[in-house]
Design a binder for this molecule. Sequence first.
Ligand SMILES: [Zn+2]
Length: 222
Amino acid sequence: MNTPDGGKATYEQLLDMNAALRQTIAQQTQELQQERDKCDAIRNRFPVDAASWRGVDEQDLCAECGGSGTKLYSNTSTYHYSAGGQAMTLSVCDKCWGSGNKHKPWRSWKLADQQAQEVERLKKEVNDEVQTSLKYLGERNEKIKQLTDAQATMAKQAAELEAIRDTVGETEFALRQQVARLRECLVEYMTLADKICYAEPEYTQYHTMKTKASQALRETGA
Ligand SMILES: [Zn+2]
């Protein structure tokens, strides 16, 4: 080895250089350790700093997730606690529900899921109720239509009966007029027969005719 001025180093010089190098190495090792300590301090404080960026103080950190709001579950069913596939799955923390704050959990995802299911169940129930009501209304409308049709038929039949009654009335009136004329004829006939009987008493057939006419007149007067 050479000395710094390029000459051949003596044994003593080599020993001095070696000591100087050891001192430099010791100093640099110490500096390196200090840098490592700084890194460790930053790393150790990182979760706390990260949580503070989320607005969570160190004393409020969720013990379950350390303030991250997420959690690694051992299967795919995550916070549902039911059977799931065998795979590690990252999902929302089931203690703070994502807030990272043990005192201020966010709205429970599990509860929200249950409520959503309940809403679906109620929707189905209401829908079934509506369908039943619509069916009932349909049947009721059908009955009302049948009644309306029956009412229309009855009204039509009543009008027809009214027309028939009018016809019957007219016929009855005509019959009465005919009977009245018949009576007039019979009275005339009787008067005539009476005159003949008075004038010609030997024609006895006119007596019989007069009697028959009188009888007919009584019958038509009934
Ligand atoms: Zn948590």
